[in-house]
Design a protein around this ligand. Structure first.
Ligand code: PRP
Length: 531
């Protein structure tokens, strides 16, 4: 068979296209080996997405690592001289742990770094090349832009304590309004300051309109400078040809970013394909006074572009919102609410064994899934949105937006034990639970050693049969505990059903999601008032 470029995989095509783009822009290829001194990662832990790294000892006894990241190695060795801007691109494999497969994965990355003298022109060039990279991949795309300076400026203006910042950034990243407010208040912020922080959630949408809203809310020079930088970018971004969104909730996933940050999405891919930003502080560890901006393209994500179009991508002539609906009581409640606001289907799913029902005219499709799987469907983009209990969401640690607390299915996560139970500190507590991660985190926060016994249901049996000392489980009415001679020892987490969304779907279907959310909020509010 003759070799033809048509036989190339999408990621191979992409690597040619990106290479040509970066070479034409005057960037030079930076080649490096697969290994790096482990000490580099030890000293720059906060730069990595995970602290887990594959290490081994070299023949001379040095501890080496298989690279989990390329930028750190370039930052260490590039050493630009004052006034010089180095323009590099790379195509390398990195090795990172994968939560899904519980092992390390080899990840193919292409990326670009501008190092040294980095001013407005270099920032514009980097962001412009990020947009052009997305445009070169042959699918509809969105570039989401944000600025860490704006958020940090706001934190300073509101007097947010250092210790609370990471948690608030996380809630912002999840677009989790209800928990953001609660976390702000418990960090000691006033009601007004908490409101101001929640106001950042409104700063998401079309670039120009969002930027003018953000400009009106500036409180100090740091915020004004961030807005000025974003404003200077507008003409360049306007020419990029794709959809550019400004989202000030997008806090860098790695805390080393200090200025502009951005993420790129391609339609039909469930995760961002491109991530980048400005990281002057990191480069200054190696080259004082220098600046840096760069991004990475995760080429392996492109493998999914060739997948057969699944049911959710079938063309109905309308944008369809795919909803993961938990089978059972909670799902029925939510479905009835949604049907009441125009999202009903002609077919009654409870009258059939069908797992997909839809109403193309209303632009809605439901997948009937096991409650414990809702977050998985949404995180992987098989569904755009879903309704899931906070217990399951926390246990799965899914990377999704948490857009609304529906207040439905209220209960609480508890430690429970037989009446008269006393903790014996001379040995680990034996804990039976479905929620292994939640239980581990809770006891770790108490500094108490435990042995976990993972069960899948009827947890209350475990202490009765001597299988465990206590259970960690949800309690709603308390009947199950009572009827089995158990009592609550501690309540530590309120639970209710949350409306979640896939982060990539949100980029392309935010209008549909926002409309549904608004109607849902209204109905829930009315129901609350009628009570
Ligand atoms: C849940 C939970 C408790 C019970 C609490 O069980 O695990 O057993 O509900 O509700 P209550 O406080 O109102 O009695 P579920 O019905 O989900 O069944 P499971 O035993 O299979 O987990």
């Amino acid at each position: 068979m003759e070799f033809s470029l048509e036989h190339l995989q999408p990621k191979e095509h992409a690597s040619f296209a990106l290479r040509s783009l970066y070479e034409t822009a005057g960037c030079r290829k930076y080649h490096m080996g697969r290994f790096e001194e482990y000490s580099l990662y030890q000293e720059n832990r906060s730069f990595l997405s995970s602290e887990q790294v594959i290490t081994f000892t070299d023949l001379d006894g040095r501890l080496l690592a298989l690279k989990p990241d390329v930028t750190l190695s370039i930052a260490k060795t590039a050493q630009p001289v004052p006034g010089e801007t180095l323009r590099y691109y790379y195509h390398e494999n990195v090795y990172r742990p994968s939560a899904e497969s519980h092992t390390f994965k080899e990840i193919s990355q292409m990326g670009l770094e501008l190092l040294g003298a980095v001013g407005e022109a270099e920032v514009q060039q980097a962001v412009c090349l990020a947009a052009q990279s997305l445009a070169a991949l042959g699918a509809e795309w969105v570039l989401e832009v944000s600025h860490m300076g704006y958020l940090f400026g706001l934190f300073d203006a509101l007097g947010v304590p250092e210790a609370a910042r990471a948690q608030l950034l996380e809630k912002l990243r999840q677009k989790n309004a209800h928990e953001l407010r609660a976390a702000a208040l418990s960090a000691g912020l006033s009601e007004t300051a908490a409101d101001a922080l929640c106001g950042v959630l409104e700063l998401s949408g079309g670039y120009a309109a969002t930027l003018s809203k953000a400009a009106a809310l500036c409180r100090n020079p740091a915020m004004t400078a961030a807005v000025a930088e974003l404003t200077a970018l507008a003409p360049t971004l306007g020419k990029a040809g794709g959809s550019i969104r400004l989202d000030l909730t997008l806090a860098g996933e790695m805390e080393y970013y200090n200025g502009l940050v951005f993420q790129g999405y391609l339609k039909a891919l469930p995760r961002p394909l491109l991530k980048g930003g400005r990281y002057d502080l990191l480069l200054q560890k190696f080259t004082p006074g220098a600046g840096a901006i760069g991004f990475a393209v995760y080429l392996d994500e492109l493998d999914r572009l060739n997948a057969m179009p699944p049911v959710q991508h079938q063309d109905t002539g309308k944008v369809m919102l795919n909803v993961a609906l938990p089978k059972g009581r909670l799902g029925d409640k939510v479905y009835n609410l949604l049907a009441g606001i125009g999202y009903g289907c002609p077919e009654d799913y409870n009258a059939t064994r069908k797992l997909v029902v839809e109403n193309p005219a209303a632009g809605i499709r439901y997948f009937l899934v096991k409650p414990s799987d809702v977050a998985i469907y949404v995180e992987h983009g098989a569904a755009d949105v879903g309704i899931v209990g906070k217990d399951i969401l926390t246990e799965a640690a899914a990377d999704v937006y948490e857009l609304l607390d529906t207040g439905l299915g209220r209960c609480r996560m508890c430690v429970a034990a037989p009446a008269g139970y006393r903790d014996d500190p001379s040995r680990p507590v034996r804990v039976a639970t479905k929620f292994v991660n939640i239980a581990k985190r809770y006891y770790a926060s108490m500094g108490r050693d435990i042995d976990i016994i993972k069960l899948n249901g009827s947890i209350e049996l475990a202490p009765i049969l001597g299988l465990s000392d206590v259970i960690v489980d949800i309690v709603e009415t308390g009947t199950t505990l009572r009827e089995n001679g158990l009592q609550v020892v501690t309540e530590f987490m309120p639970i209710s059903a949350r409306f979640i969304a896939n982060k990539a779907s949100y980029q392309f279907k935010h209008r549909q999601m926002d409309t549904m959310l608004e109607k849902l909020r209204d109905t829930l509010h009315k129901q609350e008032e009628e009570k």
